[in-house]
Structures are given as C-alpha cells and as structure tokens.
Design a protein around this ligand. Structure first.
Ligand SMILES: [Zn+2]
Length: 450
C-alpha cells in the first residue's frame, strides 16, 4: 500500500510540473526537475518571493522608455550608444556594484544623411563600399533612371543624383551604369514596402556615393522632388577608429576566496532607425532591475552583469567580454542568463523561448524551468536550438548559456516590429517585463543566493 501511494505522489508532481510546458518533439525536459524535496522547494520559494516582491514593473518600463524614446536608436559606435553606456554605468554604481567599462574597437563605418531642399530628413542606409562626400555633403538634382539600365540614362543624367528602382540588375551594375552616365551619386529605392531603408550590397570601393531608401521615400522623391527640379543633399562619411563598450558590474560573496561565477547579460545597442524598445531596451531594463534587487541580498557565488554593446554588428561586445575572462574565470563560470527581446506586447509571442546553441537543456534552462513551475510563470517555456544573440559567446567557451526571448509558439516567429522604426515602447508589455524579471531574477538568485 505504502509503496504505491509514494509512487502516485511522485507521478502527480511531475505531471503538475510538466503540464505548463510546451513540449517540442525530442526536447522534453529531464525528469530530474520534478523531484525537489518539500524543504528544498520551501527555501527556493522563499528566495523567489524575496525577488518577486521587489521586482518593479514601473522601474523596468521607465528604463525601457528612457532608452527607446528619450535616447532612441543606439547604434554601435555612436554618441547615443556611448550615452546609454554612461547611463547604465552610473545606475550600477548607484547600486553599489564594482563597475568596469570595457572599451573595444569596432569595424570602420560609413554613415550618412539625406535631406530634401526644405530640410526634411529622408531615412537612408549607406552601404559599406560607398564613396564619401565632401563634409558639407553633395547637393544635386535627381534623375529618374528607371531600373538603371544603360538605356535608362542620357545626357540629362550628368551631374545629377540617379534615382534607381531595385530589381533585375544587381545593385553594383546599377551603380556602374550611373557612374558611366556621369551621375554624381546614386539612390536606390526598394521595390517592396519595408519600414527600414534598403541596404544595397554594392561590393567595395564604389566610384560614387550610394544610398538605399525605402519604396515610399523613392516614390515620394520621384513625385515631389524630381518633378519640381529641386535638389537633395546626400552626406556620406567614413568613420574609422570607432569604439564601443561593455559595462560590467560585479558583486562577490562576503567570504573571501574564489567563487563560482554567474553571468547575466543583455545588449543595449540597437540597429539603425530602430528605437529598439523590444530589441533590446526590454532585456537591458530587466537586467538593470535584477541588479537593483540583488544588490545587497546575501550571496555565495559571484554575480556579474554584462551590459554589452555592438551586438547588432555580430556579437562583438559579448565576444570581447568573454575574451577578457581568464581560463580560471571560465572554469568557475556556472552559467549565463542572456535576455534579448523579453518584453514585446505582440499578442502572438505568448511563449518565452530558452534558446541554447546546441538545443540541449543545461543548468540555466533547467533552473529557469524549475523556477517557472514554482512561481507559476504564465507563459510557456520552450527549449529551442538557436544562436543569434550574446549567449553564443558564452556557449563557445563552454559556459552553459541561454538566451531568453519572446516568440510565437510553434512558429518561433518574432514580433513584426523587429529591427524596424516601429520597435517602439508602444509595443512593450509591462506584464511581460514583470514576468521576465520574476523568472530570471528568481532563477539567478536561486543559483547564487545564500
Ligand atoms: Zn537583440
């Protein structure tokens, strides 16, 4: 009788625990999760409450608002990214953390602006390989060059900026044909509606300045500017010796000696033209709030926060951070909680994906799964094989790493505002920021708390 009853209890609790999970074929969670002792669960629950009771939705939302609306796009290497880094540094110092600024070089850049005669700014992407203009920019009239075939040009195009529609020819061929016809620059507009301007790949060392613009802008320039024979001014600059920076905050246990290390990371840069409210002011704001809540709780492992720059140009900041860890530090590292896009309000993104590079669960995903069961996280947790964020840098040196990100269950789709001017605070959910703060904050504290 007794044996049977015990078996029933174990089975029941594992059913309870797993029922809220989204089980993907072949990615079922290890049963180990289900058998925590009552006492152990109580102490973990107590840790959870110490965190959950203090994670402030309004503080996270306010910080996400400040980064995305007040600062706006935080493109790596720009003043906006540096200003954000300073803001994060001062905030972490105010929490009493030991703070380090890690500066590192980033590839040279070509940036630019496009303005109409009445000063209106037209969103433009300057592809790598574009020629630069004089500092004051290049002001010229536009020439409608159709798709950019040689036959689309005539003597009229000399000394003008060729406005060329995307399609049929390669971008490079269009530029070569325009140059051959005496055009002084090229603007290529998209042939499909996209919020962000086109980024045409034109190869290296184009003979003239080149910009990519949206379909909407191209048609407007053709209708309004070209016909009125007004000029536009294109300004292209090559910028070298650019730097970005990581902001690192450390907290060590009182007891001296070497301790295990847990890394919490989030990138604070964004792509051009995107205010980056979801990507990634959301993750940055949640990580800042976890830092605030855990700033003085007793810990027995070392806690490090890495607010990394230059993620959008290839994980450059997190790769630099990891490259500065000694072999001993890597050996003592038990995990990385990375948060990237954890707060979208897109109704379809009802799941919190735990992306691991190899698709396997690890200490971080298991801890989060246990925590989610204990604190009854409303959203499903999905273990998923995916890189494309800073957890990759940790994984690549053997640290158990997970990227927490909101996606649509089943399709794994991201919100439609991703990497666009529509990635604004309107599309950030307070409830989901709180959910992420509770889940990751409690999981982290359960791993390092004393
Ligand atoms: Zn991101």
């Amino acid at each position: 009788m007794k044996m049977k009853k015990k078996f029933r209890i174990v089975m029941l609790s594992s059913l309870l625990v797993t029922s809220s999970f989204y089980v993907l074929p072949g990615r079922v969670f290890e049963p180990g999760i289900a058998v925590a002792t009552a006492e152990n669960r109580q102490s973990k629950a107590a840790f959870d409450q110490k965190v959950i009771a203090r994670i402030s939705t309004e503080k996270m939302y306010k910080d996400a608002y400040f980064l995305s609306e007040t600062i706006g796009p935080r493109v790596t290497g720009t003043e906006e990214e540096k200003y954000t880094a300073k803001f994060i540094k001062e905030r972490l110092l105010s929490y009493g953390y030991e703070v380090e600024v890690q500066e590192f070089g980033i590839p040279d850049k070509t940036i630019g602006h496009l303005r109409t005669a009445n000063g209106d700014e037209v969103l433009v992407t300057i592809p790598a390989g574009s020629a630069a203009t004089a500092d004051e920019g290049l002001a010229a009239r536009l020439y409608d060059a159709g798709l950019g075939y040689p036959t689309d040009f005539n003597t009229e195009s000399a000394g003008k900026i060729a406005l060329i529609l995307r399609g049929e020819l390669t971008f490079q061929q269009k530029v070569e044909n325009a140059y051959a016809a005496g055009a002084v620059a090229v603007l290529i507009y998209n042939n499909i509606d996209q919020a962000s301007p086109l980024n045409p790949s034109i190869g290296e060392n184009a003979p003239i300045p080149v910009g990519g613009i949206t379909k909407l802008s191209g048609e407007a320039l053709r209708e309004e500017v070209l016909l009125k024979t007004e000029t536009v001014t294109l300004n292209v600059k090559h910028i070298g010796n650019m730097t970005s920076q990581n902001i690192i905050a450390k907290r060590s246990p009182k007891k001296s000696g070497k301790h295990d290390i847990l890394h919490v990371s989030a990138h604070y840069d964004s792509v051009p033209f995107a205010p980056g409210a979801s990507d990634n002011a959301s993750g940055t704001a949640v990580a800042l709030e976890i830092a605030r809540v855990l700033k003085s709780y007793p810990i027995e492992k070392e806690l490090r926060f890495a607010f990394v720059g230059a993620e959008e140009i290839g994980l450059v900041g997190s790769r630099y951070y990891v490259s500065q860890l000694t072999a001993d530090e890597i050996g003592r590292s038990i995990g990385n909680f990375n948060m990237d896009m954890v707060g979208t309000s897109w109704e379809n993104a009802t799941a919190i994906y735990m992306n691991t590079v190899d698709g396997k669960s690890n200490l971080v995903s298991q801890t989060a799964a246990e925590t989610a069961a204990r604190i009854a996280t409303p959203s499903k947790l999905v273990l998923y094989q995916r890189g494309s964020s800073d957890h990759v840098s940790f994984h690549d040196v053997g640290i158990a790493a997970v990227n927490f990100i909101r996606r649509e269950p089943g399709t794994a789709n991201l919100e439609p505002y991703y990497h666009s001017p529509q990635d604004t605070i309107e599309h950030v959910s307070r409830e989901r920021l709180k959910e992420a703060g509770n889940l990751v904050g409690s999981s982290v504290y359960n791993l390092i708390g004393k």
